[in-house]
Design a protein around this ligand. Structure first.
Ligand SMILES: [Fe+2]
Length: 243
């Protein structure tokens, strides 16, 4: 608890936004809320079957598609599709690489709108802010045993953004996958460690906390095993900063 209080104390002080001109938007450094009943989770889960393999993870355990949107006047509008980019300083594995992904299909994007509205509302984003939405599946099909998956390949990290939202869509036949937040880059000042349930949304002030997720392990070796999430961020990780 002491670590949590220390971190909370530091958050009452003004902090430097790492992207110039962008101040942290959330009231609190992190909050987990449940909103699964407000979405059509069954259809969303079915559509994750179509999320394509991530060509930048050669071990084959990650699938990913993306879209960018603006939320204005209660409506969600898609922004121009384009690649992801993060500086190597923040992503030692895929940093300084322009990564091209398929766009999230129209139906899945529409079904995710309630979660995007909640994210944008909590982060106090308006029409001029561009939100990056990523659908991501991690399969427990890698590692030395062939039954492990790695939700976060870079370990403890920040994403050079202001606000992060992690929406848990599905967990099938897996153990592990514990979402963790800490006040330092080595994860020693742990402030949150929880297995998110289907329909949970974890909001994180990325300027204040580092995040990580433990590997997932297949439970029944004869059956498919995966963890599906939606990652929402602002700003939207383009090659040039887009507010
Ligand atoms: Fe991240």
């Amino acid at each position: 608890m002491r670590a949590a209080e220390e971190v909370a104390g530091t958050l009452t002080q003004p902090r430097r936004a790492r992207v110039p001109g962008l101040a942290p938007q959330l009231n609190r450094p992190h909050a987990a809320i449940h909103l699964g009943e407000y979405l059509q989770m069954g259809e969303i889960q079915d559509l994750f079957e179509r999320v394509p393999a991530d060509p930048y993870v050669s071990a084959g355990f990650r699938h990913k598609s993306i879209m960018r949107v603006h939320v204005s006047d209660g409506q969600i509008h898609r922004a121009t599709h384009g690649p992801l980019f993060q500086p190597k300083e923040y992503n030692p594995i895929h940093g300084d690489i322009v990564r091209h992904y398929e766009e999230i299909d129209e139906r899945l994007g529409t079904l995710l709108e309630p979660a995007i509205h909640i994210f944008a509302g909590c982060a106090r984003l308006s029409g001029e802010h561009e939100v990056l939405v990523q659908t991501q599946r991690i399969t427990a099909s890698s590692g030395d045993d062939g039954h492990t998956g790695f939700p976060v390949v870079e370990g403890w990290h920040q994403d050079n953004i202001s606000v992060l939202g992690l929406f848990l869509v599905n967990r099938v036949n897996v153990a592990g996958g514990i979402s963790m937040l800490a006040g330092d880059r080595r994860g020693e000042k742990l402030v949150f460690a929880q297995t998110l349930a289907v329909g949970d949304l974890l909001l994180v002030d990325d300027t204040a906390l580092w995040h990580n997720t433990t590997p997932i392990a297949r439970i029944d070796p004869t059956k498919p095993a995966y963890r599906d999430i939606v990652i929402m961020t602002w700003p939207s990780c383009r090659e040039t900063v887009t507010v």
